[in-house]
Design a protein around this ligand. Structure first.
Ligand code: SF4
Length: 265
C-alpha cells in the first residue's frame, strides 16, 4: 500500500520517549492559524515555484512538497535507525499533518513496526471517526494528542473545525487505558488565556487519571519564511515566540492538578 508523506525526521527527541524517527504524513482536516507546517495541509503533493537571484540573474525553480511511498519502502527507511531506537528505548512517531487522514496506510505501518519490535507513537488531533481511532488504538503503543481550545466557537474560529469529536475521542481513548500524552500548543492570547487553561485542566482531570503527562508546546514565530515560500498569509506573523519562563506559572497550574508536565514535546 502507498501513502503520501512530506518528511522523515531522524534522531527526534521531542516526539515521544527516547530517540525517534518521525514520519510526517500529508493532509490535515484542520487549518490552525498558527500552523508551522502549512505545506502539510493539502493531502496531495504540492508544487511551489522558487525564485532565486545570482549575479543579477533571476532563476526560477520548482519544489515538490510530498511524495508517495510504499509501506515496504517506509519500513526500510525506519529500520535504518533501529539500533538507536533500541538503545534509547525510542521508536517511530507518525505525525503530520494528521496521520489519521491516511488511516489504512498508517494501520499497515503500525502492524509492520509491531512485527519488527519498534515502539510506535501517533501524534494526532483525534479529529476522526471513533471507528478509525479505535482501530489505530489497538495497534499503537502511545498517543500524542493535541488539545487546543476548549471553547467550541473559538476552536472553530482558530482551527476551522469544531472540537466536539476531538473531546469525545479523547474521553473514549482515556477509557481504553492506552498511554496518552496531551500536547497543548501555547499560543499567546489564544490557548494561554486563564479561561482556556482552567477549562483544559477541568476536562483532563475528569478523565480519571489516564493521562500520562501534559506537554506544553511554546509558540515559536519561525514559520514566516515558510509562509512566504508557499505564498500563504501567516496570520500569526506578529506574535512573539514564547520563552520557557513565560510558561512556568501555567506549568504549575497543571502540576497542582496532578499532571506531570513538560515544556516542549
Ligand atoms: S492540526 Fe497540526 S498540522 Fe493540522 S493545521 Fe493544525 S497545526 Fe497544522
Amino acid at each position: 500500500m502507498n501513502g503520501i508523506i512530506f518528511d522523515i525526521k531522524r534522531f527526534a527527541v521531542h516526539d515521544g520517549p527516547g530517540i525517534r524517527t518521525t514520519v510526517f504524513f500529508k493532509g490535515c482536516p484542520l487549518k490552525c492559524q498558527w500552523c508551522h507546517n502549512p505545506e502539510s495541509i493539502d493531502r496531495a503533493p504540492i508544487c511551489i515555484k522558487k525564485t532565486s537571484r545570482l549575479n543579477g540573474r533571476e532563476f526560477t525553480d520548482q519544489e515538490v512538497i510530498g511524495y508517495e511511498i510504499s509501506t515496504e519502502e517506509l519500513l526500510y527507511e525506519l529500520q535504518k535507525e533501529l539500533v538507536f531506537m533500541e538503545e534509547s528505548s525510542g521508536g517511530v512517531t507518525f505525525s503530520g499533518g494528521e496521520p489519521l487522514m491516511q488511516h489504512e496506510f498508517l494501520l499497515e505501518m503500525l502492524q509492520l513496526c509491531r512485527q519488527t519490535g519498534m515502539h510506535t507513537a501517533v501524534d494526532t488531533t483525534l479529529f476522526s471517526s471513533w471507528e478509525v481511532v479505535s482501530r489505530i488504538a489497538q495497534m499503537t503503543n502511545l498517543f500524542l494528542v493535541d488539545l487546543k481550545l476548549m471553547d467550541d466557537s473559538l476552536h472553530e474560529k482558530y482551527t476551522g473545525v469544531s472540537n466536539k469529536v476531538i473531546l469525545e475521542n479523547i474521553r473514549k481513548v482515556a477509557g481504553l487505558t492506552i498511554p496518552m500524552r496531551i500536547r497543548i500548543p501555547m499560543i499567546p492570547e489564544v490557548t494561554t488565556t486563564p479561561e482556556n487553561i482552567r477549562q483544559s485542566i477541568a476536562f483532563l482531570s475528569a478523565l480519571n487519571g489516564w493521562i500520562e503527562a501534559v506537554d506544553l508546546l511554546p509558540f515559536h514565530n519561525t514559520a514566516n519564511e515558510k509562509y512566504n515560500r508557499f505564498h500563504m498569509k501567516n496570520q500569526f506573523s506578529d506574535k512573539h515566540s514564547m520563552k520557557k519562563e513565560e510558561l512556568s506559572s501555567l506549568k504549575e497550574q497543571f502540576e497542582k492538578a496532578g499532571f506531570p508536565v513538560k515544556i516542549g514535546g
